[in-house]
Design a protein around this ligand. Structure first.
Ligand SMILES: Nc1ncnc2c1ncn2[C@@H]1O[C@H](COP(=O)(O)OP(=O)(O)OP(=O)(O)O)[C@@H](O)[C@H]1O
Ligand SMILES: [Mg+2]
Length: 301
């Protein structure tokens, strides 16, 4: 028998599990994420274990395609893991309550194209549980601190790449969440914008927030992060406190290259060859001889 409609409309009961420890904000165990089927299967994450503690800025590093964005999406409940467990604040990802606790700035922000920045912030604030005077004040604060007042009269589709990134960050910080998940937050920003965002991230840590950051900008990571993990081929290859990784005056770039090359270079998938692997390119595949060409009469030599 089909359940009555009212039963279907009732939100699913959310199981609450206490955090492993009050200091553990993110707990990932054996996370595997595969896409596609059979011959087309892509293994983006192949058994990731990771813990992010309260009040730290945690940097997730890895080559293009290493699995950083996939991991972030699994944390937000945007992907269902193939296997393994993910807990954020001790809850399964995607729980409705978590929305008020998390601010997310995606790698590629996509706003409703015809909304103005103020409207985007009002919408995101409302989705995060804000309303009334508190929401209005927070929106004005973010418009000013992100320097978006100057483009307040332009729709989202008319913003430059860097302005769209500023808007994406403004909505992530809007409700002063406990956890900020920032996927390459400064990739499109000018040098002044980058410094502003660094200051914002550090200020968030000072008020007790936790930050998980994906970035290729190793100098920024060195300056800001307390701990980092380098993932390659869908696995965590090195994890530790930044001071420990850089002991002996090392640079993060050297540590990164050592880890990736130690794992065979390449992208972590398929043969370790290519323009960025440091290895010679694969020999060209021999093509079958072309069939004799019959010239049409008007092209005859
Ligand atoms: N929906 C999908 N379907 C198939 N493959 C996918 C999908 N999403 C991601 N992938 C693959 O998973 C792997 C990891 O991708 P991901 O976006 O997590 O990398 P990344 O570390 O964030 O890279 P980048 O630094 O370029 O942003 C890549 O090989 C990618 O092609
Ligand atoms: Mg990515």
């Amino acid at each position: 028998m089909r359940p009555p409609l009212a039963e279907l409309a009732r939100p699913a009961k959310i199981e609450h599990e206490p955090p492993v420890s009050q200091d553990t904000i993110v707990e990932i165990t054996g996370l595997c994420q595969r896409f596609g089927r059979r011959a087309r299967t892509v293994t983006a994450l192949a058994g990731v274990d990771l813990t992010v503690r309260r009040g730290e800025i945690f940097g997730l590093l890895g080559r293009n395609g290493a699995g950083k964005t996939t991991l972030v999406k699994a944390l937000l409940g945007l992907l269902r893991p193939t296997s393994g467990t993910v807990r954020v604040f001790g809850r399964a990802p995607g729980a409705a309550e978590a929305r008020t606790d998390i601010g997310y700035s995606p790698e590629e922000p996509g706003f409703p194209r015809y909304l103005y920045p103020r409207q985007v912030l009002e919408l995101c604030g409302a989705l995060s549980g804000m309303s009334g005077a508190a929401l209005a004040a927070a929106v004005e604060r973010q418009l000013t601190s992100s320097e978006l007042q100057a483009v307040a009269g332009r729709q989202a589709r008319q913003l430059s790449k860097g302005m769209a990134q500023r808007l994406s960050l403004a909505q992530a910080f809007l409700h002063e969440p406990q956890l900020l998940i920032l996927d390459e937050p400064t990739a499109d920003l000018d040098p002044i914008g980058r410094r502003q965002v660094r200051d914002l991230i550090v200020a968030a840590r000072e008020r007790g927030a936790t930050v998980l950051l994906n970035s290729h900008l190793l100098s920024e990571v060195e300056r800001m992060c307390d701990r980092v993990a380098i993932i390659h081929g869908g696995r965590v290859m090195r994890e530790g406190a930044i001071d420990e990784l850089l002991a002996g005056d090392r640079e993060l770039e050297d540590v990164f290259i050592e880890v990736v090359e130690g794992a065979g270079g390449g992208t972590g998938y398929g043969p370790a060859r290519g323009w960025a692997s440091g290895l010679p390119p694969a020999p060209p595949t021999e093509l079958p001889p072309a069939p004799p060409t019959e010239h049409p009469p008007w092209l005859a030599p």
